[in-house]
Design a protein around this ligand. Structure first.
Ligand SMILES: [Zn+2]
Length: 585
């Protein structure tokens, strides 16, 4: 006699924010005690889903399997990465009060209240960002993670931004382990715990950490002296089979990055190592709407890769459904942490609206952060240098300017150790004069209000050629107008809209070689029309704020700077002298 068929539940495939009837649907059946799953490939409405599901269920009744009653375990993973010293809510141009640990804490507590099995993970790079964190060597961030109840964090490359003693202190302060299975001393000892196994209600989950091998050249040599960064894949190939024996699911907490190429970063880890169910990734500051799914070519094992952008701006949520040591379904949500959309009203005023819900901040955690936030405020008025004359903002969208040269040269200087060939800044990213007299953090905030970081891109010669072709097409007055570093000279023919005589470090542009270019994170993401930069073969976000980099450069120059230009951008243009073009908004 056929046993009853239970329709257990139907689940959205990925995003919650789509209307329910538009989502692809997964349907679970219990038939003769055996769980079954069907997923539609296209969005369907609920009635269709039920009908299809029932038909499928009836057809499977012919070949009944012995009952095994295997339970389906539900695990919720909340994840962040690259929070980079953003412990308190902050101003992210042009909107105030986004992110912050106190709002994140509210969501974590709520999720824990609603679910039995919750894991809270961070994929590394807690260090280096805003003054309230930098001044206190990420102390507020770690105290906040403790309060929230993080289960583990991966060691990211920026955990080596300070002396080794600082990292040791940070690990001591944390109530959760910093994981990494591939960082060893030259004597062969692991720097920290490689993995943990968490026990939940009726099942176990193994979480192992991996740190990008790139740390070898990204970190300051003094901070990684005596350490070896082993190949992530080689280490995981040995570790994962052992972990699978001990746990129902295996999670890699990876600071590796997501790139176009599947031969790099976490995509490589998933394609070359079988048996990882989920990679909670970081390093590349990738914003995903859905997990990346990689099928191992030999075993057919599927690995999900997730990442939650940067700075705690979103909290990732993955729900895994695990049965008999197999992930049978999942869902994903990127929860915005008080992110704001901006609209300009007809009267010119700017209005903000919160994306998603306005998340209340946990008051206890806010008071824990207050001394750090107050301390950082004092830093903003500190004098960091002197300008002998005013660096004028006027003209940054039309011609080479001393202020643009200063910004671009700062990026070149800061990234020189990575072999960067030249640096590029958009004129529109510079918003105010740097006035004659004392330079403060605050005045630098006015010059560069956007909070961009410095990013290094590896580009093939053809992409560099299309970069300069694009530069040639920019009208004078547009925000995209370039400011370039020392080492570059170009002639903009505004009559033909071509960029001519491109010289890089004394040589004509060679389409046959690759170039390393430093730029701000906005252009690196394809902003202001620089879409060709998305074709980068490799990208590294230094996470150093462009403002801080300019300040450090001024300090490096002895603290005093004087405006001058050096003929980097030349013109073939009848109107060169007249500046008759309108400045774009
Ligand atoms: Zn990183």
């Amino acid at each position: 006699m056929p046993s009853p068929i239970y329709l257990l539940y139907s689940l959205p495939f990925t995003a919650y924010h789509l209307p329910y009837r538009c989502r692809p649907i997964s349907i679970y059946f219990v038939h003769e005690g055996k769980g079954m799953i069907f997923r539609t490939s296209r969005p369907v409405n609920l009635t269709t889903a039920l009908l299809v599901g029932l038909l499928l269920a009836c057809s499977t009744m012919q070949e009944a399997k012995p009952p095994n009653g295997a339970a389906v375990h539900h695990l919720v993973i909340l994840h962040t990465n690259d929070t980079h010293g953003h412990p308190a809510k902050f101003f992210k141009y042009p909107a105030p009060d986004v992110g912050g640990l106190a709002a994140r804490a509210t969501i974590v507590q709520r999720t824990k209240g609603q679910n039995k099995n919750v894991l809270v993970l961070d994929a590394g790079d807690i260090n280096t960002g805003r003054p309230e964190s930098n001044l206190f060597k990420a102390r507020p961030d770690i105290e906040g993670f403790n309060y929230i109840g993080y289960d583990a964090m991966a060691i990211g490359n920026h955990e080596f931004d300070n002396a080794p003693e600082v990292l040791k202190e940070q690990m001591k302060l944390a109530n959760f382990p910093f994981l990494s299975a591939n960082v060893r001393t030259t004597q062969g000892e692991l720097l920290t715990l490689p993995y943990i196994i968490k026990e939940f209600d009726g099942f176990k989950v193994a979480i192992f950490g991996v740190t990008t091998k790139e740390t070898e050249f990204l970190a300051h040599p003094d901070n990684i002296r005596g350490l070896v960064f082993q190949d992530e894949v080689e280490v995981a190939k040995k570790l994962v089979p052992a972990l699978r024996k001990q746990a129902d699911a295996v999670i890699a907490l990876a600071h590796l990055g997501i790139y176009n190429s599947s031969e790099l970063g976490s995509k490589r880890l998933a394609s070359e190592v079988s048996g990882i169910d989920l990679i909670v990734d970081g390093h590349s500051h990738t914003k995903l709407d859905a997990p990346i799914v990689i099928t191992h070519p030999e075993s057919g094992h599927k690995t999900l890769i997730v990442q939650a952008w940067k700075w705690g701006l979103i909290l990732g949520r993955v729900d895994l459904f695990i049965q008999e040591k197999r992930v049978i379904d999942y869902k994903f949500e990127a929860i915005p942490i008080n992110l704001k959309g901006v609209e300009k009203r007809a009267d010119g005023a700017v209005a903000y609206h919160v994306i998603g819900e306005q998340i209340p901040e946990d008051p206890e955690l806010m008071s824990l952060m207050k001394p750090y936030v107050d301390g950082a405020r004092i830093l903003l008025s500190k004098v960091v240098g002197q300008a002998e004359e005013t660096f004028f903002y006027n003209g940054v969208r039309k011609r080479e300017t001393a202020l643009g040269d200063l910004v671009a040269d700062s990026m070149l200087w800061y990234t020189k150790y990575l072999g960067v060939d030249f640096a590029l800044q958009n004129g529109g990213g510079i918003r105010a004069d740097l006035p004659k007299g004392p330079i403060t953090q605050r005045s630098m905030h006015e010059v560069l209000p956007f909070g961009n970081s410095v990013v290094v891109l590896t580009l093939d010669g053809a992409t560099v050629q299309s970069l300069f072709d694009f530069i040639g097409s920019i009208s004078r007055g547009q925000g995209a107008f370039p400011q370039v570093s020392a080492g570059v000279s170009i002639t903009l023919n505004t009559l033909t809209k071509k960029c001519e005589n491109i010289m890089i470090n004394g040589e004509p542009l060679d389409p046959g070689r690759t170039y390393k270019v430093a730029t701000n994170s906005y252009l690196a993401a394809g902003g202001d029309g620089y879409r060709m930069l998305l074709k980068a073969l490799h990208r590294y976000d230094s996470s150093a704020s462009l403002r801080d980099v300019v300040i450090e450069y001024i300090e490096h120059l002895g603290g005093t700077v004087k405006p001058r230009i050096s003929g980097r951008i030349n013109f073939i243009d009848k109107r060169t002298q007249s500046e008759s073009m309108q400045e774009a908004a």
